[in-house]
Design a protein around this ligand. Structure first.
Ligand code: ADP
Ligand code: ZN
Length: 601
């Protein structure tokens, strides 16, 4: 463990281990297996990187995405660690060289995709090599109920069969109890020590919004809270990704689309710009994000409902990895609920799959419709209840208004019933409002007792009511037949007056955001420091461009902020700053000292 502490300081420039890191490292060094659940940004990588450096042989890291491997390997090289990956982007000769390094144990870490690892030639090569450990990153990919399912992950139990004495660690940031059990079972980790860190991300402010013109609402939010910040906006379809990116570009932001329909080259290019430049917005389908560890993503927006709480939590978790305040903003509409239900329905999975998918969607809708603390519900979902409301979500900061909508609901439901359960929401609302519409007159629905009984409310208010009645399950909207709405069995007690219905009023926009960054900064800056910080950032950009790596590979924001505050003049002082290990001190220390002295001279 002494060596582990030494590496933490000299390689990474950090002074102490975070929760569970030391115990996990100890477990692996002693030859045991570990299973690690840590939220995004919790510090998973160090848990296998340090033991790979200490133990004899090469640490084999199984990682599902090429982008993730490349990013990690370039970061490790910056730290002076011997790391490599093998994937399809390499030439034959490059692969040969790395394979030789593997067999000669001339590497600390080797990153592989599961399909590469499982080839018989790679397994044969591993059998000839000394292996320090196996790390299975993003281990939730074994779960076939999950959204990142990768079938090769299910074959990884072969590692234990072929290499029974090599310690293994499985890591993930998303796992409810079911997924957790699946990981243990599928990977044969029955004897592993399990480490679960809090899933709470206290620096993320959650807000969930409904109603009309969501894109406009999101734009107002971004303009107010993140005029220059980098962020990700998720949409369900490629088409919507394209149109949204275009729309935000017209508003004057750099907004780049990312989805599976774009060429590899274009996707690569957009991702690279997002990582390397400041203030870029990526508009993406869920194809974007796994393995993106850009630390200063300040907001994640959703313009469609995610299909489960796991997906929502994973996607929003990409905001604020650096621990600074960040926003997760979700906007959803009724159409989302109908579309997602439809997608589950037409999926050719078996009944169990459909049942679970429905349950997950229901839980997500429940989170949206909630009147109490969002974080309490989120954490309870992941088996980690907290006693107090969080004080950092929309419902805590700006409690929603609710009202007793029993009478209105009775009017709505009975109007659906009297018009024969054959029409969509618009038609039924027109009847409630007593519109003299041609279809209504033809159907003689102007003679119904419910014709015109809803004039006390506006069209928009009725839409909100119908949406909530559908979402809460009193009405069913059938996507297969033009969204015709019918009563469910929950409707009867309402019509008989046995149920009270409480609904949310329309939310006032614009409240409940992350606290203003400048008032919440751990290192307050005076004006002189601000300009120094700018100088340091410019230098960082220059250095990162020269090496074609993202700026945060050189130094994180937090490191520069500390530098601008402490203003070190010697290499020793510089070395005491958070995030500066020996290699980076040697490579960049003097350059930054010079820049500080010039600016302050
Ligand atoms: P994860 O993979 O869990 O999302 P990472 O391993 O990428 O998280 O770590 C997130 C950030 O926290 C990285 O910038 C990493 O260097 C930093 N970090 C990890 N461990 C420590 C530590 N003990 N002290 C300070 N920073 C740390
Ligand atoms: Zn809260």
């Amino acid at each position: 463990m002494q060596r582990a502490n030494h590496y933490l300081k000299t390689v990474y420039g950090y002074s102490e281990f975070r929760l569970h890191q030391a115990e996990i490292i100890q477990t692996l060094l002693a030859g045991g297996d570990a299973m690690t659940l840590m939220p995004t940004g919790g510090g998973k990588s160090i848990c296998y990187q340090i033991p790979s450096m200490i133990l004899d042989g090469v640490g084999i890291i199984i990682s599902p995405l090429i982008a993730l491997m490349q990013d990690q390997v370039t970061q490790l090289k910056q730290l002076g660690v011997k790391a490599a990956f093998i994937n399809s982007t390499l030439s034959f000769n490059e692969v040969q060289k790395i394979q030789a390094d593997l067999v000669n144990a001339n590497l600390d870490l080797l990153y592989l995709a599961p399909e590469r690892l499982l080839t018989s030639s790679m397994l044969a090569l591993l059998a000839q090599s000394k292996i320090a450990l196996f790390a299975i990153d993003e281990a939730h990919c074994v779960s076939q109920w999950g959204h990142d399912f990768r079938k090769e992950y299910q074959q990884l139990s072969i590692l234990h069969q072929r290499f029974p004495t090599v310690p293994r660690i499985a890591l993930t940031a998303t796992a409810d109890q079911r997924t957790q059990n699946e990981i243990v079972q599928q990977l044969g980790l029955g004897k592993a020590r399990v480490f679960v860190n809090s899933f709470n991300r206290p620096n993320i402010t959650y807000s969930i919004n409904d109603g009309q013109q969501l894109r406009e609402q999101l734009w107002k939010f971004i303009k107010k809270n993140h005029p220059h910040d980098a962020g990700i906006i998720y949409c369900l379809s490629r088409k919507k990704v394209e149109s949204t990116a275009e729309w935000f570009s017209k508003k004057g932001r750099v907004a780049l689309p990312y989805h599976a329909g774009l060429s590899d080259k274009m996707r690569q290019q957009h991702q690279q710009r997002f990582l390397c430049e400041d203030g870029i917005i990526i508009v993406a389908t869920i194809a974007f994000g796994m393995g993106i560890d850009k630390p200063n993503v300040r907001f994640v927006g959703h313009l469609n409902l995610p299909k489960s709480i796991e997906a929502y939590y994973q996607e929003t978790g990409r905001a604020g990895r650096d621990g600074e305040p960040a926003n997760a903003w979700l906007g959803y509409g009724l159409q989302d609920v109908i579309t997602l239900n439809q997608m589950i329905h037409v999926n050719d999975g078996n009944d169990t799959y459909k049942r679970i998918a429905h349950q997950k969607l229901e839980a997500m809708i429940g989170l949206c419709e909630l009147n109490t603390c969002r974080r309490q519900t989120l954490l309870a979902y992941f088996g980690e209840p907290i006693n107090e409301p969080c004080g950092n979500c929309d419902n805590c900061n700006d409690p929603p208004q609710t009202w007793d909508a029993t009478t209105a609901a009775q009017k709505a439901l009975s109007c659906v019933y009297r018009t024969g359960q054959r029409f969509g929401t618009n038609y039924v609302i027109d009847v409630l409002l007593g519109k003299e519409d041609k279809r209504i007159l033809q159907n003689r629905h102007n003679q119904l007792s419910t014709y015109g009984i809803g004039k006390d409310l506006s069209n928009i208010e009725w839409r909100t009511i119908f949406r909530q009645l559908i979402i809460q399950g009193y009405l069913y909207a059938d996507a297969d037949s033009y969204n015709v709405i019918t009563l469910t069995k929950l409707a009867r007690p309402v019509l008989r007056g046995e149920t009270t219905i409480i609904l949310r009023s329309v939310r006032r926009a614009g409240k409940g955001n992350a606290k203003n960054k400048s008032t919440d900064n751990k290192y307050p800056l005076n004006t002189r420091d601000e300009s120094l910080l700018e100088t340091l950032k410019d230098l960082r950009l220059k250095l990162s461009k020269k090496q074609s790596v993202p700026a945060y590979h050189v130094f994180h924001d937090a490191t520069l902020i500390q530098m601008a505050t402490i203003q070190p003049t010697t290499l020793v002082e510089m070395g005491s700053i958070h995030g500066i290990g020996e290699k980076k001190l040697k490579r960049y220390g003097q350059l930054f000292i010079d820049a500080i002295q010039q600016t302050l001279a």
